[in-house]
Ligand binder design. Structure first.
Ligand code: ADP
Length: 158
């Protein structure tokens, strides 16, 4: 059984992330989507909110499970029996960060492989930061995020 983990901040989850999840769920038998808690990072949404939005968005995928961790991703992967980390790549600007992260993860546990999926056409410009900026500036975000995210913004009046 091929088990993978897709970690990220997902602050909030976007249709770009969901596109990666949908495609990775076809490649792997089981996909854990791992909402990361990094104490050094300032998030817009709380961990509970980020998990809630992700769970709602992934409800229709039978082989996708949403988990969270404040531990190293390679450790969480091991605990879940996943030997592949999935990450997404948009423009060249993602490359340097992702390259460094993949090398660090390889150093921490070389039995876990990182695989990359390129953003689908038309999804490459979507990022969590853009969504937050758009929302603040009253730009319609509904075609770019799952419904659970629109609801969360409205509920919290963030
Ligand atoms: P992190 O803080 O770990 O980078 P993000 O939630 O920003 O978390 O992103 C998680 C992963 O999803 C990263 O590998 C990122 O490059 C990828 N990603 C983000 N947006 C998109 C998108 N629109 N298309 C494809 N991959 C994406």
């Amino acid at each position: 059984m091929k088990i993978a983990i897709y970690p990220g901040s997902f602050d909030p989850v976007t249709n770009g992330h969901l596109d990666i999840i949908r495609r990775a769920a076809k490649v792997f038998d089981k996909l854990f989507v791992c909402v990361a808690i990094n104490p050094g990072k300032k998030y817009f949404f709380t961990i509970d909110e980020r998990i809630h939005m992700m769970k709602e968005a992934c409800a229709s995928f039978y082989n996708v499970e949403v988990v969270f961790t404040s531990d190293l991703i390679v450790r969480k992967a091991k605990e879940l029996g996943a030997n592949v980390i999935v990450r997404g790549l948009r423009a060249v600007t993602d490359f340097e960060f992702e390259f460094q992260l993949a090398a660090a993860n390889e150093y921490a546990d070389s039995s876990i492989e990182t695989v990359f999926m390129m953003a689908s056409t038309g999804k490459g410009f979507i990022s969590s930061s853009t969504i937050k900026e758009f929302y603040k500036s009253n730009v319609d975000i509904s075609p770019l995020v799952p419904h659970s995210v629109v609801e969360m913004f409205q509920k919290n009046k963030k």
